[in-house]
Design a binder for this molecule. Structure first.
Ligand code: 2PG
Ligand code: MG
Length: 418
């Protein structure tokens, strides 16, 4: 009854107004699974390939009609007749059908759409929520959110060099309370930005994008918003950063264009250490560029014992790349993005690799998102303990928070910590 009978796909819009792939998988018993594929802006060099049509007359070249045709053509042929409950076999068939190491022939967007829709169809057939269907051998947990309240880098058109300034309500007793605290701080920040004459427009992930030029400026406002909301920085609410450093690593140095300063690898590490001393920062993602492994090692040796250092571009959710980090001792955590690797099975295997090595795991959205909430269920099912899903504004972001609020209501699960 859980045999895959039909695959449909279409182009829909993502949160930036660009087309993306949505897939419907229908099973023999009539169960339907539907998944929409996210899309990044500050993509890692080793990510699985998102197939775009490149036809300048349609969607300025960003159309995904070819990926949709691949999903309903060769990829559908490869999975039709397979059991949706055997995710590993379905994903292996998709990978085989594509035949390239980076899913470039048929598109990781086409492949991921089928992979995720298959899991959702199987969960529907069993009549259980996705987080329960995907449950691993570890204990499920509600993830602690990293809430992005200031956007810069590739996600905003301000001069801020760092991409994301996030708050994590480390003292919140439940997921809902974490969201409440995040929302209060977000609105307090809006008022203080307006009072200081800054604009309160938001960037791609729903955080504010004022004309800040330095991280210190952003951090000062964030810290003040935490305090003015009645919370103790560091105890109730900590700060997390994603500089997305690959974006401004040029010619062997870190080029802070907004600030108008270039820092050598050593100076950049010293600068980050300085921020760690001055602010209650508990986690930094992509502090170093994906191809600056010496820098990664330097920072990990210096700060890794006390600060969570999350590899995004450097690992690209790929188990082999993560293995290199574990063996060589750089980073101590990994960001997990389903579309960086392109199937659910590979995603879960990377999570397992991280966990076995004692690396922490953060489930993550992309800057281009949809109303699809799969990552919320994935975070609970893997019990990874942390999620990064943007600001507490814009429905593409709040859909994930709201999904987690409902899951928390359904279950009485333990809450993750950084
Ligand atoms: C990141 C992500 C998500 P993008 O760098 O971590 O915040 O951004 O999807 O643009 O790669
Ligand atoms: Mg990142």
């Amino acid at each position: 009854m859980t045999v895959i009978e039909a695959v449909a796909a279409r182009q829909i819009l993502d949160s930036r107004g660009n087309p993306t792939v949505e897939v419907d998988v229908r099973l023999a018993d009539g169960s339907l699974g539907r998944a929409a594929v996210p899309s990044g802006a500050s993509t890692g060099a080793a990510e699985a390939i998102e197939l775009r049509d490149g036809d300048p007359k349609r969607f300025h070249g960003k159309g995904v009609a070819t990926a949709v045709a691949n999903a309903t053509g060769p990829l559908a042929d490869a999975v039709r007749g397979l059991d949706a409950e055997d995710q590993a076999a379905v994903d292996a068939a998709l990978i085989d059908c594509d035949g390239t190491p980076n899913k470039s022939r048929l598109g990781a967007n086409a492949i991921l759409g089928i992979s995720l829709a298959t899991a959702k169809a199987a969960a529907a057939a069993k009549g259980v929520p996705l987080y329960r269907f995907l449950r691993r051998d570890t204990e499920p947990r509600l993830p602690r959110p990293m809430i992005n309240i200031v956007n810069g880098g590739a996600h905003a058109d301000n001069p801020l060099d760092f991409q994301e300034f996030m708050i994590s309500p480390v003292g919140a007793p439940t997921f809902f309370e974490a969201v409440r605290m995040g929302s209060e701080i977000f609105h307090t920040l809006r008022r203080s930005l307006a009072a200081a004459g800054h604009n309160t427009n938001v960037g791609d992930e729903g955080g504010f994008a004022p004309q800040f030029t330095t991280a210190d400026e952003a951090l000062t406002f964030v810290l003040e918003a935490i305090t003015a909301s009645g919370y103790e920085p560091g105890t109730d609410v900590a700060i997390c950063l994603d500089p997305a450093a690959s974006e401004f690593f040029k010619g062997g140095a870190y080029d802070y264009a907004g600030e108008g300063v270039s820092r050598s690898v050593e100076e950049h590490v010293a600068y980050l250490s300085g921020l760690l001393r001055r602010y209650p920062i508990v986690s930094i993602e992509d502090p170093m560029a994906q191809d600056d492994l010496a820098g990664w090692k330097l920072l990990t040796d210096r700060e890794g014992a006390t600060t969570q250092l999350v590899g995004d571009d450097v690992f690209c959710t790929d188990a082999a790349r993560l293995r290199a980090g574990i063996d060589d001792g750089y980073a101590n955590a990994i960001l997990i993005k389903v579309n960086q690797v392109g199937t659910l099975t590979e995603t879960l295997s990377t999570v397992d690799t991280a966990r076995r090595a004692g690396y922490r795991v953060v489930m993550s959205h992309r800057s281009g998102e949809t109303e699809d909430t799969t990552i919320a269920d994935l975070a609970v099912a893997t019990g990874c303990g942390q999620i990064k899903t943007g600001s507490v504004s814009r429905s593409d972001r709040t859909a994930k928070y709201n999904r987690l609020i409902r899951i928390e209501e359904e279950l009485n699960l333990p809450f993750g910590r950084i």
